[in-house]
Design a protein around this ligand. Structure first.
Ligand code: T1G
Ligand code: NAD
Length: 656
């Protein structure tokens, strides 16, 4: 069957695109639409054309899989121009998402209508490129320069109502979309048609406008080049002819398409899409989850409960006594209060979030629960006792999960009947914000339990990555190597602040030492001490020296840096220099003869992460390199536009 079909309703033609899964603009679709314009132009009976899409969405954009290849005609900018120049006006009828090239096709239409649930956007900058088919040139002509700058440089889609307010669409359709669009077209034909966008004027903006926008966009982009290049293209559109601006946009688009950033962001795009339903899940079906419980309402438990409520799941919180329960509920409430303060939650949503949380100190209240997530103290005996109680209180088929960071989950499943329903679900702090979820099956975990964990991740909007059992799973194991490598640089004479500046320059929000000061040095220290106490040989770290001197990070007034009370800005610390002097001068590794550049520091540390990643892959702890990249990007602040440590290293080596 053809992917573009034409039907008639009186004088109105209805063009339907059917190119699953998301109606992406493959060469075949571009050609099909081109042929449809030609055919309808040749039919004098047709007075308007409604463009609709079958399936879950309007055209979701260019076909990202074609990006690595030489573009084949008809090119998208030409198609958009051809639609705009059609004899009878086209009306885009939008449901689902009109993104990138999909929105650009709609901009070639004389009108745009959408259902209320539709979203519209130009997400190209999130793929390291800019709109390549007139997005930067037609959009400002339709909605004005400031709104176009926001839409294009943020890459964030808008909902239909907002799009209507801005003038990006002409109507929101209630009821059947095609029928509504046909009625709209019929009414529109009674009036003079609006000018096509390419012929509308676009007055220039003052220099001061572009200066302030450049500053704001640079700050928000955090090293991603796309937004700034898009801003240049929009400016060009205001200062030159339509055709010149189109040529400039196209050139910028083609330049960026082959860039390292675009390759990285594309790789992450496909890694994320592949993550929710990986091949290793096989055919196993998830079990239905309606009632959830969280054990422990501390930092993690409260965050996990909030994440579950955000996804609409009812939660029972279990704590060890009434006082701890009250604290746990207060922790959850504080998270939602933060949401209200930042304007993310309405009062009604706030009330609904809290109403879905039930607190208890009695495990008997879990008799009907489908899935339980344990987040109590990181202490094997405390956790064992919790699972022994869960084993008695819960149904034999309820899924039981642990959020442990470092403990071996196999030690916990031994406490419950039917360990096939047991699994590790490792959330990251703050659990209602961070997108990563490490899913840690044991050899006993059933395929259905694993599938359930992935389905839950999807429901929560998390990026799931399966991890095998080892100390720290994927993420914390790489973190340990990263920190050790950063300390090794100090021993070679590199300054603490220099390492942090290098990693910030690479694109992290914080360097490794600032990050430790913020999170506290004591957690990793206690974990090392625990391992030492159990007879393992754990090398002494520089961090150990600081913790023993009482420097546990910002919360104790200092860690790797000093802090002025009430401020978060790190200050170089004389005490730290003194404490570490012996270690650094008696360096086990030879000091550097020439200072390392910041680029070299970052490359060294990223190389160490990738080397640990190689080891993790070799041991079968991760299924694929892209999973490791997702862990670093979504759990540890690795800059997305670098693609993760594995991609960045492989790109440098010319392998990807
Ligand atoms: N190209 C190719 N495949 C795509 C695709 C695309 N644009 N978008 C999605 N897919 C595949 C995806 O890999 C998955 O495949 C399946 O479709 C379902 O996706 C010239 C330069 C539309 C909101 O960035 O945001 O236009 O895994 O699981 O949750 O200016 O897909 O099933 O094999 O995400 O219902 C701009 C990206 C391109 C849109 C649907 N467009 N897509 O979400 O499904 S640049 C985008 C999405 C551009 C022009 C330029 C979402 C969605 P598989 P899914 P979903
Ligand atoms: P926390 O100390 O903030 O909270 C633990 C909570 O568990 C407390 O509220 C405590 O009252 C409760 N608790 C203790 N024993 C209990 C019992 N028998 N029954 C019910 N509740 C009990 O600790 P946290 O930081 O939230 O960590 C919890 C777990 O999450 C640990 O296993 C930790 O390793 C893991 N984790 C922590 C982080 C993090 O960044 N903090 C990240 C990922 C995973």
């Amino acid at each position: 069957m053809s992917i573009v079909t034409i039907a008639r309703e009186g004088q109105i033609a209805i063009v339907t695109v059917d190119n699953p899964p998301v109606n992406a603009l493959s060469q075949a679709l571009r050609q099909g639409l081109w042929d449809a314009v030609e055919a309808l132009d040749a039919d004098p009976e047709v007075s308007a054309v409604v463009l609709t899409c079958a399936g879950r969405t309007f055209i979701a954009g260019a076909d990202v899989r074609e990006f690595g290849r030489t573009p084949e005609p008809p090119h998208l900018p030409d198609l958009v121009a051809r639609i705009e120049a059609a004899r009878a006006p086209w009306i885009a009828a939008i449901h689902g998402s009109a993104l990138g090239g999909g929105l650009e096709v709609a901009l070639g239409c004389r009108f745009r209508v959408a259902v209320a649930s539709a979203s519209l956007g130009l997400p190209e900058v999130t793929l390291g490129i800019i709109p390549g088919a007139s997005g930067t040139v037609r959009t400002p002509r339709l909605i004005g320069v400031p709104a176009a700058v926001d839409l294009i440089t943020s890459g964030k889609p808008l909902r239909a109502e907002k799009a209507l307010t801005l003038g990006l669409i002409d109507a929101v359709i209630a009821g059947d979309l095609t029928a509504g669009a046909v009625a709209f077209a019929t009414a529109a034909l009674a009036n003079p048609l609006p000018e096509p966008l390419s012929t509308r004027p676009l007055p220039p903006e003052p220099d001061a406008f572009w200066e302030s926008q450049t500053a704001a966009v640079t700050k928000a982009a955090k090293g991603n080049h796309g937004p700034l290049r898009a801003l240049e293209a929009i400016r060009k559109a205001t200062e030159s002819s339509f055709d010149e601006a189109m040529a400039f946009e196209r050139q910028t688009f083609l330049d960026l398409r082959g860039s390292d950033q675009a390759a990285a962001l594309r790789a992450v795009f496909f890694a994320e899409r592949g993550a929710t339903r990986p091949a290793h899940l096989g055919e196993a079906k998830p079990v239905a989850i309606a009632r959830m419980a969280v054990i422990g309402g501390g930092t993690m438990g409260a965050g996990i409960a909030a994440a579950l409520r955000d996804a609409g799941l009812p939660v029972t919180l279990i704590e060890r006594d009434a006082e701890a329960l009250a604290r746990g509920i207060a922790n959850i409430r504080a998270i939602f209060e933060g949401g209200v303060k930042r304007g993310k939650l309405s009062e009604a949503q706030f009330a609904d979030r809290l109403a879905g949380v039930t607190g208890s100190t009695d495990y008997a209240s879990l008799a009907k629960t489908d899935l339980v997530i344990e987040a109590v103290f990181e202490d094997i005996e405390v956790k064992r006792a919790v699972f022994a109680q869960l084993g008695v209180a819960c149904r034999a088929d309820a899924v039981l999960a642990t959020n442990t960071s470092y403990l071996d989950p196999r030690a916990l499943e031994a406490e419950i009947p039917n360990p096939a329903r047991f699994i590790g679900l490792h959330f990251f702090s703050p659990a209602n914000v961070m997108k990563l979820l490490e899913i840690v099956p044991t050899p006993a975990t059933s395929p259905a339990t694993l599938a359930t964990a992935f389905a839950l991740a999807k429901q929560l909007g998390k990026v799931p990555v399966a991890a095998g059992i080892c100390e720290g799973f994927i993420g914390n194991r790489i973190l340990k190597r990263y920190r050790a490598a950063a300390e090794a640089l100090l021993r070679q004479g590199v300054a603490i602040a220099e390492v942090d500046a290098a990693m910030r320059g690479y694109g992290f929000a914080m360097g490794p030492f600032e990050a430790q000061d913020m999170g506290g040095l004591d957690i990793a220290y206690l974990q090392r001490e625990g391992a030492r106490a159990s007879g393992q040989a754990v090398a002494e770290t520089l961090g150990d020296i600081l913790v023993r001197a009482g420097r546990k990070g910002q919360k104790t007034g200092g860690g790797w840096y000093d802090y002025i009370p009430g401020e978060r800005k790190p200050q170089a610390s004389e005490e730290v220099a003194r404490l570490l002097a012996a270690e650094i001068t008696a360096a086990r590794t030879p000091a550097l003869s020439t200072p390392l550049s910041r680029e070299a520091i970052a490359e060294t540390l990223v190389g160490e992460m990738a080397a640990e990643g190689d080891q993790i892959l070799a041991e079968g702890i991760a299924h694929q390199a892209s999973d490791i990249d997702l862990v670093e990007i979504h759990g540890y602040g690795f800059p997305r536009w670098r693609g993760g440590p594995m991609h960045a290293r492989d790109r440098k080596l010319g392998k990807v």
